[in-house]
Design a protein around this ligand. Structure first.
Ligand SMILES: [Fe+2]
Length: 165
């Protein structure tokens, strides 16, 4: 099982060595995720827990694989698959198998499927550190980083349209 209590999950992030910026960011992602979740029938405790722990892998790496690393950590700690998958699928608007292969990630589909997975991934997209940002800002940032016509940008826009009613 998991416990949505913020103090408890923050304590876990500290224990594994997450820096304070990750903790501040994770608290901001939780707030944003709960705000998005207001428009949907979802498991709020799962959203809360997944949001607080989504970046736990950053105690080991800040590379794109931090989602996979974090998911592995939580799985080993006995967290249920529902939380593990939120963490594993939170990078950008998700990464499909073919792109994962091109990025040398373990070959797997990393697209968020459940609403809880999508909400945490997108709340994270709408934060720059602990500062909330607009979709346009994120699109500009991603275009600069990944190229103008990277398919991740379309996925971001589709996810935004699905969640931001
Ligand atoms: Fe992350």
């Amino acid at each position: 099982m998991f416990n949505p209590d913020e103090d408890l999950n923050i304590e876990l992030l500290k224990q594994v060595g997450c820096p304070s910026w990750v903790i501040k960011h994770s608290q901001a992602v939780k707030q944003k995720a709960l705000q998005i979740a207001e428009n949907f029938k979802v498991d709020l405790e799962l959203v809360e827990t997944g949001a607080l722990l989504h970046d736990i892998g950053r105690c080991k790496t800040n590379g794109v694989e931090h989602g996979i690393v974090g998911a592995q950590m939580l799985s080993e700690m006995g967290f249920p698959d529902s939380v593990v998958k939120i963490v594993e699928r939170h990078i950008g608007a998700g990464i499909p198998l073919q792109e994962a292969v091109e990025m040398n990630l373990p070959p797997k589909d990393y697209l968020p499927l459940t609403l809880e997975e999508k909400i945490v991934a997108h709340a994270d997209n709408l934060l720059d550190g602990s500062q909330e940002v607009e979709l346009d800002f994120v699109i500009k940032k991603w275009k600069a980083r990944m190229g103008h016509d990277h398919p991740a940008i379309d996925r971001l826009i589709v996810l935004h349209q699905e969640l931001m009613l």
